[in-house]
Design a protein. Sequence first.
Length: 136
Amino acid sequence: MWVAIMSYRALSWAAKQALPAYEKLVLLMLADRADDHDKCWPSVLKLMKDCGISRAQVQKCRKRLEERGLVRRDAQTRTYGQTSNMYYLDLTVTIEHEVSTPASNRGPPASNRGPEPVTHNLSIGITCNLARGSIY
């Protein structure tokens, strides 16, 4: 039961961080597994499945969380090679202001998104969206 209480403390801390969505999701999944020393060791595959994101996205988020000082990662090895990393959550760090998403993650600029929808309200009560070819 003690681990569950500590996990709740870590989850509460993670939920308060002002982070982009995927980074927050990865942090929440790490916090959900934290023990009473604020550490956990889920595999990248486990984080991929839990978050529903790609390996590259998990690794990118993990790197950004480390850069922000929220997480420290220690590589764990066994005689047969690499195993799941050990993650330490630093519950003393708080990101209070919303972090902007890098331009590379925002999608195309507004000028490249195509035409703005044009709607016409016809006299018989039908709205026609010409950009999408929809009538409703």
